[in-house]
Design a protein around this ligand. Structure first.
Ligand code: G1P
Length: 287
């Protein structure tokens, strides 16, 4: 089986839930503590052995490209002032030359369409998809866990959600559950709670086989009038297995204001240099 070397990051969304913050900057550039959301996604992919980082962007997303490049004026000023630590924060983590690509999704036609936009950059090999909005705090990065467990087919990270939340997720119609791996006989995008075949939900981490591109090419619009990745993976079942992977870790939904706030607290508490102070601050609020 081919190694998972490439990751696709769909980052074309408008971020309307975060207006006015996202009027002039992409939502993926909002910081969690002191790093943009998209930076965590990049680090997670890197830790999983990914070598090629493919961003599917849209208009007004140039700040993401700039983030993964040098900032010469800033770096020049910092080195003049001998601010070595700060200088390192601007450049020591930069991806190697040629390992980052950007392509544009010109119209907001859905997640399935965004992934399809990366087809020429991915080529004929299995690849990861990371939705940066979904942040996962874990001892072992979530994508790394998945790459290690991957045995072909299409795979997504899954977790149970309360039944009244199924309308926000792709949901598995479970065939068989074996420890962390769950096979599905079907997938439904954002079903009403009473229609959901289970409460096992897809979160924004996938490993897909390249056959998904020809399915996406002809994929009809689904939920919300958009081309859904969930529908494409579902229609492949029978020919290509679908595995849900119950990952270790906790997921934070940075696509919502509350989830974003929660992620900021959780990631700050996870840092040795901040833990104590953040505890103190939180105590002031809870008494
Ligand atoms: C997307 C997918 C959905 C998945 C979710 C995870 O939805 O379409 O299947 O459960 O991500 O966050 P979105 O949240 O982009 O509407």
């Amino acid at each position: 089986m081919k190694k998972v070397r490439k990751a696709v990051f769909p980052v074309a969304g408008l971020g309307t839930r975060f207006l006015p913050a996202t009027k002039a900057i992409p939502k993926e550039m909002l910081p969690v503590v002191d790093k943009p959301i998209v930076h965590y996604a990049f680090e997670e992919a890197l830790a999983a052995g990914i070598e090629q980082f493919i961003f599917v962007t849209g208009r007004n997303k140039n700040a993401i490209e700039d983030h993964f490049d040098h900032a010469y004026e800033l770096q020049h000023k910092l080195s003049g002032k001998e601010k070595i630590k700060e200088l390192a924060l601007t450049r020591d983590w930069l991806p190697s030359a040629g390992s980052v690509s950007f392509t544009r999704q010109q119209d907001s036609l859905g997640l399935g369409h965004a992934v399809w936009c990366a087809r020429h950059l991915v080529g004929d090999e299995p690849f990861a998809v990371i939705l940066p909005d979904d942040m996962v705090l874990a001892d072992q990065p979530c994508v790394k866990q998945m790459v290690e467990a991957y045995k072909g087919g299409n795979m997504a990270a899954v977790m149970d959600v309360p039944r009244d939340k199924t309308k926000s997720y792709g949901i598995l119609d479970i065939a068989h559950s074996d420890g962390k791996m769950v096979t599905a006989k079907g997938l439904v995008e954002k079903p009403e709670p009473e229609k959901a075949p289970s409460t096992l939900s897809i979160i924004g981490r996938y490993i897909l086989e390249p056959g998904i591109f020809s399915v996406l090419e002809n994929q009809k619009k689904g939920n919300g009038g958009e081309i859904q990745l969930t529908d494409a993976m579902s229609s492949m079942i029978g020919k290509v297995p679908f595995y849900g992977y119950r990952f270790d870790g906790k997921r934070y939904d940075c696509g919502s204001r509350e989830g974003y706030l929660e992620a900021n607290i959780a990631f700050a508490l996870d840092r040795d240099d901040m833990k104590k102070d953040v505890h103190k601050i939180l105590k002031q609020f809870v008494g």
